[in-house]
Design a protein around this ligand. Structure first.
Ligand code: ACO
Length: 330
């Protein structure tokens, strides 16, 4: 008898704030145009959290939907991992805030910071804990209120980002997407390319740090772009070859939703047709860690992923970090 434990995503859910920020509205905030944003990024609009919405509250909504989706008792959750780079507070963790509100009284909880790659990093932990027998049921929440760290006077960045959350229940039992493989990487040499300088222990918040706008994210867009395409290809190749499959064996590619040109470049490198690449970037922009998870949740809700079909997730982000995960429906 095969007693190998298999980690599967058995439930998923998402939450997008109601408030829509269109390119037209951004035209009145910074010197930009709908035409520039659409041709350079593919983004038409993005969601922005309302006044009383935070990374935790959006994450709670996504988590409750995921829990309901697979009908699991929250008391059976052993762990809550929250992938975010915009936690409510530096501490306590957003994981602790979410754990309380969803009634996961038996779960440990922590935050994981790998920027836009965070959801894939979290999948690797869930897979390892479940397959080793350490835990049985794990909730991953990827939630970001990126609008809280965006400078809406900086046209280089403010047009790109949006807010949103997604959640997945990963379990040792039940049907769903098996986490076949995960491949991760980091290059700290490129840490300056995408950074939130202020508010940490190096540049604590002060009158001067606020004046210098150190509490807003800074990005070398063109450089990040180049690395993004290269690193997502590396991650995807590593993941596929360790699972012994090729690009043509994929039913779906779900890439990080940062820029339509990056997505198209990746699809081209794996000779995938546009219709096999799932995209949400036009309507939500770059929602960092939650981007790939929101897209996956939408994919499984709106399209049929048949038994045996393969889905490849691939992402990159600040760090620089990158990761890919191969999922197979079974
Ligand atoms: N509207 C109009 N013009 C603009 C805007 C704007 N919103 N933003 C920049 N420009 C200008 C620039 O100032 C520049 O002008 P210049 O040539 O006079 O200097 C010109 O447009 C072209 O700038 P580029 O940087 O060459 O534009 P590019 O084609 O590279 O597109 C972009 C910029 C969209 C930022 C792209 O580089 C990109 O998507 N990079 C990747 C970003 C990313 O994916 N980050 C994800 C990580 S997120 C995370 O981990 C949290």
């Amino acid at each position: 008898m095969n007693t190998k434990r298999i980690a599967r995503i058995i439930g998923s859910g998402s939450y997008l704030p109601e408030k829509v920020l269109t390119n037209k509205e951004l035209e009145s905030m910074v010197e930009t145009s709908d035409e520039w944003i659409v041709t350079r990024t593919g983004i038409k609009e993005r969601r922005v959290a309302g006044e009383n919405e935070y990374t935790s509250t959006m994450g709670i909504k996504a988590a409750k939907e995921a829990i309901e989706n697979c009908n699991i008792d929250p008391e059976k959750l052993d762990l809550v991992i929250v992938a975010t780079c915009t936690p409510d507070y530096l501490f306590p963790s957003t994981g602790a805030l979410i754990q309380k509100e969803i009634g996961a009284v038996n779960a440990a909880a922590f935050d994981l910071q790998a920027a836009c790659s965070g959801y894939i990093f979290a999948l690797s932990i869930a897979k390892s804990y479940i397959e080793s027998g350490f835990y049985k049921n794990i909730l991953i929440v990827a939630s970001e209120k990126i609008s809280s760290i965006v400078d809406y006077e900086d046209r280089n960045t403010c047009v790109l980002f949006g807010d949103g959350a997604s959640a997945s229940v990963v379990s040792f039992e039940g049907k769903g997407l098996e986490i076949r493989d995960v491949s991760l990487g980091t290059d700290g040499n490129q840490s300056d390319l995408l950074i939130l300088p202020g508010g940490g222990s190096r540049i604590p918040s002060s009158e001067q740090s606020l004046k210098d706008k150190q509490h807003f994210l800074k990005m070398e867009g063109r450089e990040v772009f180049k690395h993004a395409v290269r690193l997502m290809e590396v991650a995807a190749n590593e993941c596929l070859s360790s699972a012994g499959i090729e690009g043509r064996d994929l039913a779906w590619l779900v890439p990080h939703q940062a820029n339509i040109r990056i997505i198209s470049a990746i699809a081209k490198r794996f000779a995938l047709k546009e219709e096999n690449v799932y995209k949400t970037v036009h309507k939500y922009g770059n929602t960092s860690a939650s981007g790939v998870a929101i897209a996956l949740d939408e994919l499984v809700r709106t399209k049929e992923v048949a038994k045996g079909e393969n889905v490849l997730l691939v992402a990159f982000g600040a760090g620089l970090t990158w990761g890919a995960s191969l999922l197979t429906q079974n």
